[in-house]
Design a protein around this ligand. Structure first.
Ligand SMILES: Nc1ncnc2c1ncn2[C@@H]1O[C@H](COP(=O)(O)OP(=O)(O)OP(=O)(O)O)[C@@H](O)[C@H]1O
Ligand SMILES: [Mg+2]
Length: 163
């Protein structure tokens, strides 16, 4: 991330509008309106301590960065930073990453391509010694409708291969 990108995100960080675009068992994803980024928060019910949430998101960032640098298709990770949470009305640790343009319809229409693309990305990750935790493209797989390609996400549970 360039210093200009960083100051763009930090500009009016408290007033920056966030719009919820996704949720899972552990976290929520918000679009950072006016930027090309999304932010992932961990649910306070699962991670009540900010410091713990920050550490866990740090592991996710580290794995995602390693995959991104090795050309595995994951959202470009930017970093961890305190972001004002609209629901809890306080700063919470957030994993900032590239926002992927995706929709359920594009996912359905491209389900065949998703299967093929998923296998390719999993192979690439395996060749770098990282085992993908999810067992099928039903989980943690997005279809990027702009670049027309598969993007894997939620790398937190992936494992370094034990030799
Ligand atoms: N970078 C992104 N850009 C756009 N949408 C995203 C992005 N990352 C995640 N999403 C959306 O948010 C949803 C939840 O994301 P994610 O799987 O990371 O959350 P989670 O709470 O960790 O999930 P889990 O229940 O698997 O633990 C995804 O299914 C996807 O639709
Ligand atoms: Mg998930």
């Amino acid at each position: 991330m360039t210093p200009e990108d960083f100051s763009e995100i930090m500009k009016n960080v408290k007033k920056r509008k966030l719009r919820k675009i996704g949720a899972g068992a552990h976290g929520e994803i918000y679009k950072m309106c006016g930027t090309p980024y999304a932010v992932k928060f961990l649910n306070p019910s699962v991670f009540p301590e900010n410091r713990l949430a920050q550490a866990v998101l740090g592991i996710e960032y580290f794995l995602q960065k390693r995959l991104y640098d090795n050309n595995v298709s994951v959202p470009k990770p930017i970093g961890i930073m305190g972001v004002y949470h609209p629901k809890y009305r306080e700063f919470r640790p957030g994993l900032i990453m590239e926002e992927i343009q995706t929709s359920l319809l594009s996912r359905i229409l491209n389900s065949g391509k998703i299967r093929v693309g998923w296998h390719e990305e999993v192979e690439k990750a395996n060749s770098k010694g990282i085992v993908v935790y999810d067992s099928s493209p039903q989980h943690n797989t997005m279809w990027d409708k702009v670049r027309k390609k598969v993007v894997l996400h939620d790398c937190i549970s992936w494992r370094e291969e034990v030799k």
